[in-house]
Design a protein. Structure first.
Length: 357
């Protein structure tokens, strides 16, 4: 990969599956082996945030020791969505346009606050999630490393991961992003593959949403047992009798997002994959989505840059879905007229997604 001096991928010793995935990705891109460096990640069973910070700190330290002018840092669940020619052209264009006036460049991420630049296909980033693929310029290595070291000092005595989440690296680097020169490709060149993570070992998939409303069609007891099994916080659960009432409830409680499910829903025995699917979707889209369908059965959809999710153009049967404001009112007005959810017109400005069909 021309344009970068070295590529570091972070990989836990016991995640041989991830190592094989990463090597396969880089081999398919045709990256010279001499540019690729595996960093043995720091493993903390109970606090993945600490391990993640230390692993990225070590990666930055290695780049400083090697004297690299540009280093690409990868996490081992990354999947490239573009070929080598596209990546090299993208980097060449950005490096020539920026003329050294940049600090970090993302190949992918969830860009929560971004600004259009004079350079075609390039955002300036002021707030982003995900650290699976980013390039750091040599003179900036020490500053970003110091940021991560400071965060680690705040959590080094924390035992559990939930104590440390606000100090995760994609939270603490926001201070730098607001003041320094962070950029990203508009087109996602690298995304995170859905799979089991070692950072968050507790799987409570439904608790990733602010509110949960279930529709009682006579199977309430069965559903409540299911919700208990998936460790749902019942303090956020509301009951309704039909989809219209469910939307009214969602609007009344004014949650930022709401999960709505019918009482016929059952969840897989192993919650890891479900939890990771939700986590990856929320990281990928941030706040930029209206409706997410957990099952694509009956949907018409088109591919997105992310290999695990599709953009929906026509809704099918959906007993389990999540939605955000202001889409509450759009769906509510439609259902209030006695129409089925499947007849809702998905307009170009609506961001509706589903998992793999």
């Amino acid at each position: 990969m021309r344009g970068v001096d070295g590529i570091i991928y972070i990989n836990l010793d016991h995640r041989i599956d991830r190592k094989e995935l990463m090597e396969s990705e880089l081999q398919q891109l045709g990256v010279p082996k001499e540019k690729i460096h595996r960093l043995s990640a720091v493993y903390d069973r109970f606090n993945g945030t600490k391990g993640c910070l230390l692993s990225h700190i070590q990666s930055l330290t290695l780049a400083m020791e090697r004297g690299w002018e540009k280093v690409l840092i990868l996490e081992d669940d990354v999947v490239f969505t573009k070929n080598l020619e596209f990546l090299e052209n993208q980097l060449s264009y950005f490096f020539q346009a920026a003329k050294g006036e940049w600090d970090v460049f993302f190949l992918g991420g969830a860009y929560r606050e971004k600004k259009i630049t004079p350079w075609e296909g390039i955002y300036q980033i002021h707030n982003s999630w995900c650290a699976h693929a980013y390039i750091v310029r040599g003179p900036y290595l020490e500053k970003i490393r110091a940021c991560f070291l400071s965060a680690y000092e705040m959590i080094k005595d924390h035992f559990f991961n939930n104590q440390s989440l606000i100090y995760s690296l994609d939270q603490v680097w926001r201070v730098l992003q607001r003041n320094d020169r962070w950029y990203a490709a508009v087109e996602q060149c690298a995304v995170q593959k859905t799979g089991t993570s070692d950072i968050d070992p507790v799987y409570e998939p439904l608790n990733r949403f602010k509110r949960v409303v279930f529709i009682d069609n006579g199977n309430e007891k069965k559903l409540l047992n299911e919700l208990d099994r998936v460790r749902l916080d019942f303090g956020r659960v509301y009951r309704s009798k039909n989809p219209v009432e469910a939307l009214e409830c969602a609007i009344d409680v004014s949650g930022e997002d709401t999960l709505i499910l019918e009482d016929r829903v059952t969840f897989p025995e192993d919650l890891k994959e479900l939890d990771q699917i939700i986590a990856h979707f929320l990281k990928w889209r941030g706040h930029d989505w209206d409706l997410y369908l957990f099952d694509g059965v009956g949907c018409k959809a088109v591919e997105t840059p992310h290999p695990d999710f599709y953009r929906v153009t026509h809704i099918g049967d959906c007993p389990l879905y999540a939605l955000r404001q202001p889409f509450y009112q759009i769906l509510y007005a439609h259902l209030k007229e006695g129409k089925e959810m499947s007849s809702l017109e998905i307009k170009p400005q609506n961001s509706v997604f589903c998992s793999r069909l």
